[in-house]
Design a binder for this molecule. Structure first.
Ligand SMILES: *[C@@H]1O[C@H](CO)[C@@H](O)[C@H](O)[C@H]1NC(C)=O
Length: 444
């Protein structure tokens, strides 16, 4: 009887856990956000002053699915800054936007007011050639930019609510799953960008445009611009950058393909998707990381005698970015390693392809450094792309501090030599006296 009730209780617990797991895995997050807007009544100036207000986004995939109004907002958030968002595509329900309860790390989120506008850009202007129902545009529009945990996802959305309502529908979402990309030199690179448009929106199916821009330290250029309505690419200076146009039209895949990574490609890429009157953009960081190639000169090292000063040089070349630590190590014949410092490191040079080179010169004083009979001299280069090593063998002859075995061998050699000399001189003088004796006898 007791057994039965235990099993019954356990199964109840199991069912409860199952239900909870199901509901929590399918639920969309509530995202902490900042609502940022320019201060009213203060025009002009490059950086307009802004205000920040704490804000909250309740996200669901169906309208009114969780009767959001029953959900309590914390008292430090104004009810005006609580938004109930419907995202049928569930882009905003990605797990990187839904950290475990109590987690310190949270997604970053910003909300801005948004104003639908006509674009004058050559590739986006055709989208608004045919006039559109102004009633649809007269609404409360906001844009959100959210970055998921561990740079798994970046998503920007444009949302619309009927005027006065706080229930917003996602109309356009632009996402990237490669917020930060690293690539070796010469490899093809994919910078992910995709977009989704609400099929029930009157803006759906009336064309789109895609633009990729490059930015690095205030420098910017247009990489690629595509008018999806007229199927036309704008003229740009950039070579080796393209889109997969089939995938773009079928799935909204606006990923940029760079055929061959070069150092000058390092920087920020901004993917902007235009719909009529709307635009949303995400940023992708690309870093080209190439570890150095090392060479040591002279190689092999000349034989050296104690007291001699040898100069060894290590050349690191073909690396990027410019972040390198050169040092030296010595490994004696017993396999024991010790550092020899960094030597004197030269300034860097930049090659035509943007990669860097740098050298270190080491003065090896064979008497001071206690190098014994020699060993292995290694140049170590530590770089974000990996650690590289190059070695040469050092041979010191006539070493100054002989080991015990050496001393014993020397004593042995001395003894043998002594014996040999003794023997030779004995046979020599011995036979000499014999002959002298014979001569003596003959003369007698
Ligand atoms: C987008 O297109 C690129 C290039 O064809 C492809 O490698 C990538 O997997 C596509 N992404 C998605 C999400 O389909």
């Amino acid at each position: 009887m007791t057994d039965f009730s235990t099993i019954y209780k356990l199964s109840l617990v199991a069912v409860a856990c199952f239900v909870q797991a199901c509901s929590s895995s399918s639920s969309c997050p509530v995202v902490d956000c900042w609502f940022v807007q320019e201060k009213a009544g203060r025009g002009g100036g490059l950086t307009a002053p802004t205000t920040q207000e704490k804000s909250l986004l309740f996200i669901g995939t169906e309208a009114h699915s969780e009767s959001p109004k029953t959900q309590q907002a914390p008292p430090d958030i104004s009810p005006d800054r609580v938004y109930f968002v419907t995202d049928p595509d569930a882009t905003l329900c990605h797990r990187s936007l839904n950290p475990p309860k109590g987690s310190i790390k949270k997604p970053q989120c910003e909300i801005n007011p948004f104003q639908p506008q006509i674009s004058s850009l050559k590739w986006a202007a055709p989208l608004t050639e045919s006039a559109l129902s102004p009633i649809y545009l007269q609404a409360d529009w906001i844009s959100t930019a959210i970055q998921g945990l561990n740079k798994q996802l970046g998503v920007s959305s444009i949302m619309r609510a009927p005027t006065g309502s706080k229930e917003h529908d996602v109309v356009l979402s632009v996402t990237t799953k490669t917020v930060s990309v690293q690539s070796r030199l010469g490899e093809p690179v994919l910078l992910d960008c995709g977009f989704w448009t609400d099929p029930t929106s009157p803006l759906y199916g009336s064309g789109f445009a895609v633009e990729w821009r490059y930015q690095f330290r205030g420098d910017g250029r247009l990489v690629l611009a595509y008018d999806g309505k007229a199927d036309r690419l704008a003229d740009t200076q950039e070579e080796g950058a393209t889109l997969d146009f089939d995938s773009l039209h079928e799935k909204g895949n606006a990923s940029l393909i760079l055929q061959e990574a070069q150092v000058r490609h390092s920087g920020t890429y901004i993917c902007t998707v235009y719909l009529p009157y709307l635009l949303a953009q995400v940023a992708v960081e690309l870093e080209i990381v190439e570890p150095p190639s090392l060479s040591i000169h002279p190689s092999p090292l000349p034989l050296s005698v104690p007291g001699q000063i040898l100069t060894v040089q290590c050349d690191a070349s073909g690396f990027a970015p410019l972040s390198l630590e050169l040092s030296w190590e010595f490994k004696d014949t017993d396999g024991k390693s010790r550092p020899l410092g960094s030597g004197s490191v030269t300034g860097h040079r930049q090659a035509w392809d943007g990669t860097f080179s740098q050298s270190s010169r080491l003065e090896l004083d064979t008497s001071k450094l206690d190098l014994g009979r020699g060993g292995e001299v290694t140049c170590v280069a530590v770089h974000p792309g990996g650690t590289r090593r190059a070695s040469v063998t050092l041979n010191v002859i006539g070493f100054s501090t002989p080991s015990i075995e050496d001393s014993m061998a020397m004593v042995g050699v001395a003894l043998v030599l002594y014996g040999l000399i003794k023997f030779v001189s004995w046979t020599f003088t011995g036979s000499g006296s014999d002959e002298a004796n014979k001569k003596d006898k003959k003369e007698k």
